[in-house]
Design a protein around this ligand. Sequence first.
Ligand code: GRF
Length: 189
Amino acid sequence: MKKLIVFISGRGSNMKRIIEETQNGILKGLAEVVLVFSDKPDAPGLDIARQMGIETETLSSKGLKRKEYDEEVSKIIEKYPFDFLILAGYMRILSPEFVRKYPKKIINIHPADTRRHQGLDAYKWAFENRLPETKITVHYVDEGMDTGEIIAQKTVDLRGCKTLEEVEQCGLVEEHKLYSKIIKKLCYN
Ligand code: GRF
């Protein structure tokens, strides 16, 4: 069984799906979530994780520099031996030192083609540019912002979406399916 740590900052819908898949779906018997960590002690996803029987830890970043904060995070997560660190809506940029500590172990999902759009508001970018389709990307995390090696992409048809909310809804449905599918592949490597 591969051990996963999931990092979140907010609602945690990707996290929830991954936990469901480990408990009763395509990741059952292959992977387990050993910890959900959040930089936001009030992230709604934390309650969901706890209700699903998953251990949680949080650490507020107030007053800490990026490197110091990540050193503290390392101390926390190293209590839970893990194979992959899954970023699922984790809104902090990781320090280079942290990234270098876990080569090819940190995975992220980005709601756009990372070669075309990096950083926040990727669905808004797709909506405002009236893109007929966008590409969800799962990638390894390197020291840049959404620049790591691409593991997989999934095209999402946006032609039927009339509002930003609809674009997000269409994209999230695909994110939820793609992330666990790719984690499954990584578990076999
Ligand atoms: C998702 O769109 C993900 O791709 C992006 O942040 C959002 C997180 O949503 N990195 P959720 O917390 O998983 O619902």
